[in-house]
Design a binder for this molecule. Structure first.
Ligand code: ATP
Ligand code: MG
Ligand code: MG
Ligand code: MG
Length: 560
C-alpha cells in the first residue's frame, strides 16, 4: 500500500470526547470514527488490526476443533422467554418489534440461539462433544458506553458454545478454550492474568476471565503472590471471606436538596420498612438530583458502582423482592418522566450492570429511562484506592490488587439452557438427558482498544508484529531526489512479496511522516534518505530511540 492512496485520516489534536488514551490514539490515528455513543466505524487501519485479531482467534479455535458458524443477530423473544432471560437480562438488551408487532432483540449473546438451533438435530450421545463458535456483532445497550471500543454498544465478539454428555467432557473442552485463550494473548505479546470469575446470571458453576493488564482497566483483580490465587473483585467478595470497602460507606449521609427526597420520604413513598434500607445512592441528574435505592447482597461491586455514579451512600435491592413485597415491576418501557427517578438493581447481576433506571409512577411501575439521554451521571474521579492489607481468601497472606481489561471469559454453564429450552440427547442407556454446556466469549473489538491501552507511548501506538496494521513502513524522506524515490519503490516492491508494507510516498515533510508513523505504531521503519549515497538505509524499531544503518546489499531486511 502506498500512503498517498491510504484512507487514514490522522489528527494532530486530541479529540474532545475521548476519555481514555487508547480511544484518543485510535481516533487520532484514523483507525476508528465514532458514529454515535458506543457505536463506531472501523476505517482501513482499524479494520486491518481487527482482522489480525480475528485471524489469531480463528487459528486458535481451529486448533481446538471448534467449528465456525454464523447465527443471526436478530433473535425472537420466544427463545428468550423460554430461558426466562427476556426480562432478566435487563435494559442492556436492545429490543424492537417488527411490523406485525412481534418482539425481537439484537443479540447481546447467543446461548438461547445456539441451543434452539442445535436442539432436535444434535440428539445422540454419539455426536458429542460438539464445539461451535462464531465471530459476530453483538448489541448491548450499556448503561455507560465509554472508553471507545472497550465498552461499546455495538461490538464484535467471538463466542463459542460446547455441548457435552458428561462433566469430564465439559471440563476438557473448557480447558481447551482456557489454553487457546492463553495462546491468543501470548501471540499478541500481551501482559495478562487469568482470574477466577463470577458466573453471574449466565448460570453454571465455574468461570474464568482473561484480563489484559492496564492501569485504566475497569476490572479490579485481586491476587496473592504467595499462593497464586487470583480473582475478580466481584468473585473475591462474593464468598464473603473477603470484604471490600463496606465500612467506609456506613456513616455517609444522604445529601438533601430540594429535588432529592430524603430516605424518609422515599421509604414512605414506597412504603418500605425502613430497617431494610441501609444505604442509598444519590445521582446528580442533568435537571435535578436523582435518588436511587439499591438493595442486595455484599457482592455488589461498590467500587465500580462508585466509579459510575459517584462517591455516595449505597442501598441495594433485589428486584424480585421489590416486586413481591412492594408490587414494583422492573423492565417496563414507556414515556420518560424524569421527576422521580429510582434505580433498582438486579443484585444477581452484581449491581451496576443491570440497573433498571426509571421514574416511579403512582402504580409503582418502573419506566425505563436512559442514562445520557435523559440524565447525565456525573463523571467520577477515580476508583477509590483498594484497601491494602486484606487477607487472601485462600492462604491468608497479604492480598494485592491490579487493574485489567476483561478480554475473554469462559463459563461452565451446566444444564441451565438445555433444560429451559428442552435440548436433550439420547444417552447410551436410551434415556433423554439435557446437554451439559460451556460458553466462551472473546471481545474482538475490545482487544483492539485493550492492546493500545497496554502498548503506547507519548507519540502513539506500539503494535505487536502479529496485530500491526502494517509490519513495515518505508519512509521515503523526500520526493525530490530521484534516487531516493526509485530505491524506495524498489525496496517497497521487494518487501511487499513477504510483508505487509506501506510506503510513505506523500508529498509532506519527513518530520510529518515520522510523526504519523509513530502515531499509527508500525513496528519497523525503513528510512530511505541521505545515507543512500553510501548504499545505506536506516532500520528503526517503533519505540526505539536510535535506528541502525545497514547496507542494502546485505539484504539484512529479510533477516530482520
Ligand atoms: P464487562 O464485564 O466488561 O461488561 P461482560 O462480562 O459483560 O463484560 P461477556 O458477556 O463475558 O462480557 O462477553 C464476552 C466478552 O465480550 C467480554 O469478555 C468482552 O471482551 C467483550 N465485551 C463485553 N461487553 C462489551 C462491550 N460493551 N464492548 C466491547 N466488548 C465487550
Ligand atoms: Mg457487561
Ligand atoms: Mg465482565
Ligand atoms: Mg464477562
Amino acid at each position: 500500500m502506498k500512503f498517498s492512496r491510504l484512507y487514514a485520516p490522522t489528527l494532530k489534536e486530541t479529540p474532545a470526547d475521548s476519555d481514555i488514551k487508547s480511544q484518543e490514539l485510535l481516533i487520532r490515528g484514523g483507525f476508528i470514527r465514532k458514529a454515535a455513543s458506543g457505536i463506531y466505524s472501523y476505517l482501513p487501519l482499524g479494520w486491518k488490526v481487527v482482522r489480525n485479531i480475528e485471524k489469531i482467534v480463528r487459528e486458535e479455535m481451529e486448533k481446538i476443533e471448534a467449528q465456525e458458524i454464523l447465527l443471526p443477530v436478530i433473535q425472537s423473544s420466544d427463545i428468550w422467554k423460554e430461558s426466562e432471560r427476556w426480562f432478566d437480562y435487563g435494559p442492556e438488551m436492545m429490543k424492537f418489534e417488527d411490523r406485525h408487532g412481534r418482539e425481537f432483540a439484537l443479540g447481546p449473546t447467543h446461548e438461547e440461539m445456539i441451543t434452539s438451533t442445535i436442539k432436535n438435530e444434535l440428539n445422540s450421545y454419539k455426536q458429542l462433544p460438539m464445539n461451535l463458535y462464531q465471530i459476530t456483532t453483538k448489541y448491548r445497550d450499556e448503561i455507560r458506553p465509554r472508553f471507545g471500543v472497550l465498552r461499546a454498544r455495538e461490538f464484535i465478539m467471538k463466542d463459542g458454545y460446547s455441548f457435552h454428555k458428561t462433566d469430564e467432557s465439559l471440563n476438557e473442552t473448557y480447558q481447551d478454550y482456557y489454553k487457546a485463550y492463553e495462546k491468543i494473548l501470548e501471540r499478541m505479546n500481551a501482559k495478562y492474568v487469568v482470574v477466577e470469575a463470577d458466573n453471574g446470571t449466565m448460570g453454571g458453576n465455574e468461570s474464568h476471565e482473561f484480563q489484559i493488564l492496564a492501569e485504566n482497566g475497569e476490572s479490579i483483580i485481586v491476587y496473592c503472590e504467595e499462593c497464586g490465587y487470583s480473582a475478580t473483585i466481584e468473585k473475591a467478595t462474593s464468598n464473603e471471606v473477603f470484604s471490600y470497602e463496606e465500612e467506609e460507606l456506613k456513616d455517609k449521609e444522604i445529601v438533601s436538596t430540594p429535588n432529592v427526597k430524603t430516605i424518609d420520604e422515599v421509604t414512605e413513598f414506597l412504603n418500605l420498612p425502613k430497617e431494610k434500607i441501609v444505604k442509598s445512592i444519590l445521582l446528580r441528574g442533568r435537571d435535578k438530583d436523582i435518588l436511587a435505592l439499591i438493595r442486595g447482597d455484599q457482592t455488589i461491586n461498590i467500587s465500580k458502582l462508585r466509579n459510575l455514579i459517584g462517591d455516595q451512600t449505597i442501598q441495594m435491592f433485589e428486584p424480585e423482592e421489590v416486586k413481591k413485597e412492594y408490587g414494583i415491576e422492573t423492565g417496563f418501557i414507556g414515556p420518560i418522566d424524569i421527576k422521580d427517578v429510582y434505580i433498582i438493581a438486579d443484585q444477581s447481576l452484581k449491581g451496576i450492570k443491570n440497573f433498571v433506571v426509571g421514574s416511579m409512577k403512582k402504580d409503582f411501575h418502573i419506566i425505563n429511562a436512559n442514562v445520557d439521554r435523559d440524565f447525565k451521571v456525573e463523571e467520577f474521579a477515580d476508583i477509590r484506592e483498594v484497601k491494602s492489607g486484606e487477607k487472601c481468601p485462600n492462604c491468608s497472606s497479604k492480598i494485592n490488587f491490579k487493574k485489567g481489561i476483561e478480554v475473554g471469559q469462559v463459563f461452565k454453564l451446566g444444564t441451565k439452557y438445555s433444560e429451559k429450552l428442552n435440548a436433550t440427547f439420547t444417552d447410551q442407556d436410551g434415556k433423554n438427558k439435557p446437554f451439559k454446556m460451556g460458553c466462551y466469549g472473546w471481545g474482538i473489538s475490545r482487544t483492539l482498544g485493550a492492546i493500545v491501552e497496554q502498548f503506547h507511548d507519548e507519540n502513539g501506538m506500539i503494535w505487536p508484529l502479529s496485530l500491526a496494521p502494517f509490519q513495515i513502513e518505508i519512509i521515503q524522506i523526500t520526493d525530490k531526489d530521484k534516487e531516493i524515490v526509485e530505491s524506495s519503490n524498489e525496496i517497497y516492491e521487494m518487501l511487499k512479496e513477504n510483508y505487509d508494507v506501506v510506503l510513505d510516498d506523500r508529498k509532506v515533510s519527513a518530520g510529518f511522516k515520522f510523526k504519523d508513523s509513530d502515531l499509527i505504531g508500525v513496528p519497523l521503519k525503513v528510512v530511505i534518505g541521505k545515507t543512500l549515497k553510501e548504499g545505506k538505509i536506516e532500520l528503526k524499531l517503533r519505540g526505539q530511540k536510535n535506528g541502525e544503518l545497514v547496507s542494502i546489499e546485505k539484504k539484512i531486511l529479510e533477516e530482520k
